[in-house]
Design a protein around this ligand. Structure first.
Ligand code: ZN
Length: 390
């Protein structure tokens, strides 16, 4: 089946100007000023007038199976549904377990990722949870990476947090080493997605590994780097040396009052310091819990993260901070695709997957979402629902 998006302003994420974009099955097969087809060819035309075309968004930290549980069993957050993802323009997710690696496990995470893939989007997963030893699918990090296509790394592994297993230098270095070699042998990049807590130790362990071992920094993606002012300051220093930094978009007003740096505003703060934002990704932490703790370490409140916060934050960066559109959308398109080695994702280019988002050119609101050539949302209306969505 062919689809032609006509007369649309393409951000690939670099701005290509007004183009026609032809989709054949699940791939982008041509981008040109004007594409003419024989009149007898069956084709679906999508009018892109007054719209911007972005690559489908990549959210590389989503609790697709649910997360949480920090306040007992009733606080385990529910599984994500397809449209929780697609209504946010997201067409690729990397699923992660989280605090609880006991009542949730890798077999269920893989099954959920397979289910979402059957429903139309692209999914990957991390092996493990907050804890060490890492609870893998095959009993080995290296085997998981080599044998399971969907596994792109380890995570989210918690450090500098009261919920972490308190890994030592040797333990974390071994995990990174296994990730590196497993990824090399399977043609992947191999990412250790590190959950950062509020401890003042911050990136100490990661920096020590980069300094004392041969493991390159490209394997580490520390996340939640905007969760407090000192960790955000640290992220500026780490990013200026070429380290990857991930900022979390799901939040609640109380967290911002307590000093969390709103994800949307991080780009302006980085650019003001002259830091190259190609090392930055945004992720939603979607469907994870957003627990608050009192001074005694007891959970005092809990909310659920939303995947839709991902693009909302990028939109805020464009609208409120006047960040360049290409630069802003790169943190949820081309940057994660490059950092995670997702070769067919993240750019509007001939031969790449037809994952595309059309937005209104003035409000930047999502209008149409296409995942692997299939229209998931059209004219702001959901066209494809998840199996159990009504
Ligand atoms: Zn986390």
């Amino acid at each position: 089946m062919l689809k032609l998006i006509r007369n649309v302003n393409v951000y690939a994420p670099e701005n290509l100007g007004i183009k026609d974009v032809l989709i054949a099955s699940d791939k982008i097969c041509k981008i040109a000023d004007e594409i003419k087809l024989e009149s007898n060819v069956e084709i679906e035309i999508i009018d892109g007038t007054d719209k911007l075309l972005f690559p489908g968004f990549i959210d590389s930290h989503v609790h697709i199976l649910g997360g949480g549980g920090e306040g007992g069993f009733k606080t385990r957050t529910p599984e994500i549904m397809l449209t929780d993802i697609t209504t946010g323009g997201v067409t690729t997710v990397v699923g992660t377990l989280g605090t609880d690696g006991t009542t949730r496990n890798m077999a269920s995470l893989l099954a959920k990722a397979n289910g979402l893939e059957e429903e139309g989007i692209t999914t990957y997963i991390y092996t493990g949870s907050y804890q060490i030893p890492v609870k893998t699918l095959t009993k080995s990090i290296m085997d998981d990476l080599i044998l399971i296509d969907k596994i792109v790394g380890v995570g989210e592994l918690a450090v500098s947090d009261h919920r972490s297993s308190q890994p030592t230098f040797n333990e974390l270095a071994k995990i990174a080493a296994e990730t590196r070699v497993g990824a090399m042998l399977s043609g992947k990049v191999g990412i250790v997605n590190v959950h950062m807590g509020d401890s003042k130790r911050m990136l100490d362990l990661i920096e020590e590994i980069i300094e004392k071992t041969e493991i390159p920094k490209k394997h580490f993606v520390p996340t939640h780097m905007n969760r407090n002012p000192y960790l955000f300051e640290k992220s500026l220093e780490y990013a200026s040396k070429g380290g990857y930094v991930d900022y979390t978009t799901s939040t609640v007003p109380l967290f911002i009052e307590e000093g969390e740096v709103p994800a949307y505003h991080t780009l302006k703060l980085l650019l003001d310091k002259g830091i190259d934002t190609s090392v930055v990704t945004f992720t939603s932490d979607g469907q994870g819990s957003l627990p608050g703790f009192d001074e005694n370490g007891n959970m005092s409140r809990i909310d659920v993260g939303k995947v839709t916060s991902l693009y909302d934050s990028v939109k805020d960066a464009i609208v409120k901070d006047e960040i360049d559109i290409s630069l802003a959308i790169a943190v949820i398109t081309s940057n994660p695709a490059r950092i995670y080695g997702l070769k067919t994702k993240g750019n509007i280019e001939q031969g790449k997957d037809a994952d595309l988002v059309l937005v209104d050119k003035t409000s930047y609101e999502i209008d149409t979402v296409i995942a692997k050539g299939q229209i998931m949302i059209k004219d702001k209306e959901i066209k494809i629902k998840g199996t159990f969505e009504r």
